[in-house]
Ligand binder design. Sequence first.
Ligand SMILES: [Zn+2]
Length: 99
Amino acid sequence: MDWIEIKKDPKHIAKEKNKAKKLRKSQWWLNKISVGICHYCKKKFNANELTMDHVVPISRGGLSNKKNIVPCCKKCNSEKKYLTPVEMIMNQTNNAKDE
Ligand SMILES: [Zn+2]
């Protein structure tokens, strides 16, 4: 079983999303967002203004590990949206909840 080889398997996506969820609660991530630097624009933000972003989207075979997950401000996240279908779906889900 080598999940890295499976690029578009829904199980891969579910597994990596789940790992990302766990990482979001980790001390490593809390440290990252308390430093508060957006990976893309390099500006400083409050922890609650940063979102978790996959450099290589999970849907393209990206993994939820410390090399592939970066803090991203909401502006960069929304500008990057069209490149990352998984995040678009996630955002749509979130928006649906808010409305
Ligand atoms: Zn940014």
